[in-house]
Design a protein. Structure first.
Length: 277
């Protein structure tokens, strides 16, 4: 329920410090985002550029697609805004899954896509607080406001609003709560929402605003508590995908597969709402 705190699944036993450091290194590796600049000019495998909130969900969908179809795909995760700029400059992607449909529309207007795309999900944000933090997971951000007043808050993570849709929505929610100006000196900006989640759970911050889809991933969920922020506090996260010109048949099949019941069931399990286009 929006605004209510929910304890996410985690191990009953508290990990020893060295085990926790090992766990955090594994999470960091899982959330590591390869740079598009490392791609070959003509990749042998069809390449999908996806918003980083899809890290866990899309990997599961793609694995299922590959088993069923026999096709291989390359998944690259990052911020939607950065991918938008790279595609404009000719990056060799074939399918683009954005966390904000506006980037898709702008690429379509620039003549880079086969059409204006299709909604594939609706995302949500919430506050993630690691175990041991002085903060509470409070979706209405009242405890965050109190922590700003009483000095409990030192650092707080969000994705960079300059190019990450989840960071933009985090800023909108913080503005709605009247906290934006007060919290700005305490912000640690992730390059994308996956990096923001890493910052929020690594101990370098007292918490952060992250995607529900990442908070529900078991490797992240066991590290803290999470509460949804009311959806009315920010613009909706309408996530749209689009085929880029020259996309080969395997990636076109994957594009269609993402709208199947099987794929949508995985997306719903990671907290995405079923799209209505």
């Amino acid at each position: 329920m929006p605004g209510s705190a929910a304890t996410l699944p985690h191990n009953v036993c508290v990990p020893r410090p060295h085990r926790r450091r090992t766990t955090l290194r594994l999470i960091a590796a899982a959330l590591c985002i390869p740079l598009a600049g490392r791609l070959q000019a003509q990749p042998a495998v069809p390449t999908v550029a996806a918003a980083s909130d899809l890290k866990f969900a899309l990997e599961e969908v793609a694995a299922q697609f590959e088993r069923e179809s026999g096709h291989k795909l390359r998944l690259v995760f990052g911020s939607s805004g950065n991918f938008y700029s790279q595609i404009l400059q000719g990056a060799p992607f074939h399918l683009y899954l954005s966390a904000d449909e506006d980037f898709v529309f702008r690429l379509a207007d620039a003549g880079k896509t086969v059409d204006r795309g299709r909604l594939y999900a609706r995302g949500r944000i919430g506050i993630l607080v690691p175990h041991g933090s002085p903060l509470r997971a409070d979706g209405e951000l009242k405890d965050l406001a109190a922590a700003l007043r009483d000095g409990r808050l030192r650092k707080f993570a969000i994705a960079n609003p300059e190019h990450a849709p989840y960071g933009q929505r985090a800023e909108e929610a913080l503005r709605h709560a009247g906290l934006w100006q007060a919290i700005r000196p305490h912000l640690v900006l992730g390059e994308n929402i996956s990096q923001a989640a890493q910052f929020a759970t690594s101990g370098s911050t007292q918490g952060g605003i992250v995607a529900l889809s990442l908070a529900l991933a078991p490797d992240v969920a066991k590290l803290g508590d999470f509460a949804l922020i009311p959806e009315a506090w920010h613009r909706p996260l309408l996530q749209r995908m689009v085929l880029l010109k020259g996309a080969p048949p395997p990636v076109r099949e994957f594009h269609d597969y993402l709208s199947t019941t099987a794929a949508q069931a995985i997306m719903v399990r990671y907290g995405f709402a079923t799209p209505r286009d």
